[in-house]
Design a protein around this ligand. Structure first.
Ligand code: SF4
Length: 282
């Protein structure tokens, strides 16, 4: 028997075992993984109609992840439905795939609009995010919101904000490579579903994880890269800018670069921001 045939049979058996025992199938990398830690009551139950609707939802339909609402929609038999943001959020909230689950108050899947112009990928939740379950809500988050607003972007209108790891590393330490690897499937799936025009990668951890290489953010910030065919711009993390205000000039150059890129990619954004760009000389 050929190796790829053996792989197929193993995948099939994994799926069958999970289905029969009420477990959960989590698509990580390109294989199904049986996550034994997830309780059946947490399994996502988004109707087929809702799933299809989320694909074509207008930008104003902001995605938020009200956990209780998601749980109330749970239906164990719907685990084979197409992937959705809600399904990912529910998996994140019940995930125990790495040690970061041990001290979290809330997991933080992300929030914003479907089909965003920009997906902002940060590193991981901090204390405020852990407390609220929302991404980028502390001082760094407020700075991020201001930076986005300066070029006509916001999480309410045209962005989605997420992190590489969805649970807070204790004492705000860097997430370790195994924690990043354990969580990578979530942001990969979010990007695949959201299809942003651009990924804004905030900080070294985010850029390294998405570009799959060890990078120094000071060397690559402002230099356009690519993630799975999507333009990716590495930038300083807002918390770094709070610590070193002298870098804000470079950060503004990066935002202008992002703005110009979006103008080339999206006619609506170009028209909506024409006055703003003129006023700011972009
Ligand atoms: S950080 Fe990611 S992989 Fe680790 S427990 Fe949280 S959701 Fe799961």
């Amino acid at each position: 028997m050929m190796n790829d045939q053996k792989e197929q049979i193993r995948d099939f058996l994994d799926m069958a075992a999970a289905y029969l025992s009420g477990g959960y199938l989590m698509e990580k990398t390109d294989r199904y993984v049986y996550n034994r830690n997830i309780q059946p009551s947490f399994i996502a139950g988004i109707s087929a109609e809702k799933s299809a609707g989320s694909e074509s939802a207008p930008q104003s339909d902001k995605f938020t992840h009200d956990v209780e609402t998601l749980k109330s929609q749970s239906d164990i038999h719907q685990q084979n439905l197409p992937d959705t943001l809600e399904k990912i959020a529910l998996e994140v909230h019940s995930c125990h795939a790495c040690r970061l689950c041990e001290e979290r108050k809330n997991a933080v899947p992300g929030e914003g609009v479907p089909r965003p112009l920009v997906l902002v990928a940060g590193e991981g939740p901090g204390a405020d995010e852990d407390q609220t379950g929302r991404p980028f809500v502390g001082r760094a988050g407020q700075l991020l919101d201001k930076m986005l607003a300066s070029i006509g972007l916001s999480r309410e209108k045209n962005c989605f904000i997420a992190n590489i790891v969805k649970c807070r590393p204790p004492r705000n330490r860097d997430p370790s490579p195994d924690e990043i690897a354990a969580c990578a499937g979530f942001i990969q799936r979010q990007i695949k579903l959201l299809k942003p025009l651009v990924v804004l990668s905030a900080g070294r951890i985010s850029a390294s994880a998405l570009l799959q290489t060890t990078v120094q953010i000071t060397r690559i910030r402002g230099i356009w890269k690519e993630y799975c065919g999507i333009p990716l711009l590495p930038v300083f993390h807002p918390s770094y800018l709070l610590r070193d205000e002298s870098q804000k000039t470079l950060a503004w150059e990066d935002m202008k670069s992002l703005c110009r890129h979006l103008v080339d990619l999206n006619e609506d954004y170009k028209n909506e921001t024409s006055e703003l760009r003129a006023a700011r000389n972009i």
